[in-house]
Design a protein. Sequence first.
Length: 317
Amino acid sequence: MENASDSSPVHERKTEAIAKATLCMSVLAVSLLENAMVLLVLKKNCRRSHMRNANSLFIANISVADIFFAIQNIPHAYNNLVLNGHWILQGNFGTVLCKIDIFLSVITMVTANLTILAIAIYRLCVVFFPLRKIITRKTCFFIIFLTWLVPALFALPIFYFAKFISNEGITICSLKDQVIKIFYAGFAVILFMTLLAMLVLYAAIGFKLWRRNFPNNVSERARALREKRNREIFKMLITLIVAFYACSLPILTLQLSFALDFYVVYSETRHFRFIALLMLFLNGAINPIIYIVFNRSFRSCVKEVLSKRYCCQPVSA
């Protein structure tokens, strides 16, 4: 009877861990499918527009980052929540996978964040210089290249510092405490600086839209349609920012608590780490929903693809 009673809490914790991992993996699977659908919609939509729309390219870039993030974290969710981070594959091959895993986890999040910033810059150019095409297709591809290059350079030292660490019979893939604190602090600085930049950019955009004067030859109907379209895009981009930071805040709080040496406050909260991971994983599943809700053109394209027909117009810039 003593053995049975002792094993019961262990079994309950194991069942709970499996349930949590299943939920996280399901969210990531939904994110993977949704973002694959986004790329499919944009591909079919752009067969006629030839991918000239910078907004479509940036949305595609976020979806690619979210797909990589989902693929990487589906096994990661099980590993973290059920196996307590124990790294099964070891040796030289396991070490390489360990380094690549941490490298990609940093890149995908920062890339998505920088792409949202790039969209803000693009919208600023469209609103302030409506008659000039400042961000061309070539410039857009260069910006997308930078959204991958910058986080890759930031994460490059991981290939040197990432290694296996053994603790209480569990081998985890991680960085030394001092190194990981520097990375967490650097990651927080990047997110804070991009948020500050986006707030400034969107404040400028909002002010310009509020004070915009249309030419006298523009009809009331055309003016109303343009204003409605600008409001929809503005709402979509603001919602993308809010969703990204709301979903990232719990995990960022954990990382900063570790970097600033008050991690024990959150580690003693039983479900906080799980909630932080789940919120982080939800972001990739939320983004496609935001595109559909706030972008009429994208919404119509989704309907066309689901009904096995091609879209006829580009996604609104």
